[in-house]
Ligand binder design. Sequence first.
Ligand code: 13P
Length: 254
Amino acid sequence: MAKPILVANWKNHPNSLSETMVLLREIAKSAKLYKKLSLFVAPPFTYFESVSERLGNFGQLASQNISSLSPGNYTGQVTPDILKSFGTKLSIIGHSERRGFGETSEHIAKKIKTALHCSIIPLVCIGEMSRDPDGEYFEFLRDELKSSLAGLNPKTDISKLMLAYEPVWAIGKHAQDAITPANLSQSVIFIKKVLTDMFNRVVAEHVPILYGGSVEPANIGPLFSETGIKGFLVGHASLNAKSLKAIAESLISK
Ligand code: 13P
């Protein structure tokens, strides 16, 4: 069976390089544990070198975004060739916090193609803003998925990407506010149905679906064992070495 996937999205944290080094030292103490998973760490760009050096052979570098710009001069941008040169293996694409800055599904579809072209795994984020009793958010989810994956080839492209289901309403809270395993299972089934309609059944079964949104040691167990999820995209809990370790332990105990 494939190893569980754990992606640490550090967003714009820690606040300094020295704090980052302390966190990395703590995380590295559990290197043996992390080797049992597919661990990716997505730090701010400024910490790339330190993180890639210290992850050694127990984790891989990821980026929180990828630019779809072709070669040229772009002040303030980090281009895919720079990401590659640091050994970036995965890019989070279409995170709701980036969609909040105006990134559209068209941009995201372009970025997915850029990542695939550079042999970087696209981790494509989708998720509804809120839930309504009539289940209209499923329509939102379908549209977001369809427009983000538009133009991809089921044979050559889709087999290389991962999806992260991150309902926006569940981000940045605590375990008790996160999605329930039953609701997560429903969303996973729905996403697979849309993938089947868009591509085919084989694709739907093959694409790893991760969950993100207030994942903590307290809720990871049932969210993993009862839902068909292949791994997690973790925000705040990944900035605490103890929580990250507890999350990893739960993943390998299933
Ligand atoms: P939290 O785990 O802090 O809710 O963040 C989730 C997230 O946005 C990961 O990409």
